[in-house]
Design a binder for this molecule. Structure first.
Ligand code: PQQ
Length: 254
């Protein structure tokens, strides 16, 4: 963690003021333990759809439905990161956070995570124009993604940053996913896996950065509880997205 060595607490972080009756924060390790416990129980790695994906039980139509719907999440990540960026009043932190937008949008057309996801689409047999059109995105997926973007727009900086802490769990899930796809879905062209391969390092770095900021900003146990609540909310976003994708399968032929 290179950032947040001074006092970058934004004005919306309540710990800066003398709130009567505020509770001393937990040790950072205790906050991390609680995040870990929540993640173990509620991160979408445990969702039945992901479990079936890892066991090789998804049909090509289900894989395609997931890729198409997850594209709606992917294209909104830089939007929510721009909303978070606008809340920072510190140049160094903005400089660091803006990297997330570059990771997804690339430096120029044809690069970056969104492009890699479009190639994943092609690798599973989906035309990039279809993904870009937004056609076929399920209502529940729109609601879940809209909920995440809205949360980052409306909530204070501490909570918006904390909602990205699920990324600390993503690298392990990516490793499991890559190996499951190589084993069970060999009809997918390997170039499609590049998105997941790149996210292992990006997710690790982004998750650690967000954790460092959260530790630096939490002055009270109430702040830390807000972090846990934001994290739980984000777990629900990811879970709801997969619920919608899973449910659509019960009415589709595949
Ligand atoms: O495929 C996944 O399971 C997964 C999970 C997450 C996550 O846990 O938030 C992200 C991603 N992927 C991802 O690709 C990504 O770019 C990303 C950004 C963020 C975020 O909250 O800022 N989460 C995630």
């Amino acid at each position: 963690m290179t950032t947040a060595t001074t006092d970058p607490a934004p004005t919306d972080t309540p710990g800066r003021t003398d709130t009567p009756g505020r509770t001393e924060p937990w040790h950072p390790a205790e906050l991390e333990r609680r995040l870990g416990e929540l993640g173990d129980a509620r991160y979408h790695a445990r969702h039945p759809f992901n479990q079936r994906m890892h066991q090789g039980l998804l049909s090509p139509a289900e894989i395609r439905r997931w890729v198409l719907n997850r594209f709606h999440y992917q294209r909104n990540i830089p939007v929510k990161d721009a909303l978070i960026l606008a809340k920072f009043d510190d140049a160094q932190l903005r400089r660091s956070w803006i990297r997330r937008i570059r990771d997804h949008d690339g430096e120029r057309a044809g690069e970056g995570g969104i492009e890699r996801w479009l190639r994943l689409g092609e690798a599973v047999g989906l035309d990039r124009d279809l993904l870009l059109s937004g056609e076929g995105v399920l209502p529940g997926v729109r609601l879940a993604v809209g909920g995440y973007v809205g949360f980052c727009r409306e909530r204070p900086l501490l909570e918006a940053v904390a909602s990205s802490l699920t990324e600390r769990f993503a690298p392990n899930l990516m490793r499991t996913r890559i190996s499951a796809w190589e084993t069970h879905y060999d009809w997918v062209e390997p170039v499609g896996l590049r998105y997941f391969q790149a996210r292992v390092a990006q997710g690790t770095r982004d998750g650690e950065e967000a954790l460092g900021l959260v530790h630096a900003w939490c002055r009270t146990r109430e702040d830390q509880q807000r972090v846990l609540d934001a994290f739980a909310f984000k777990c629900e976003v990811l879970w709801s997205l997969l619920d919608a994708v899973e449910l659509a399968g019960s009415t589709d032929e595949h």
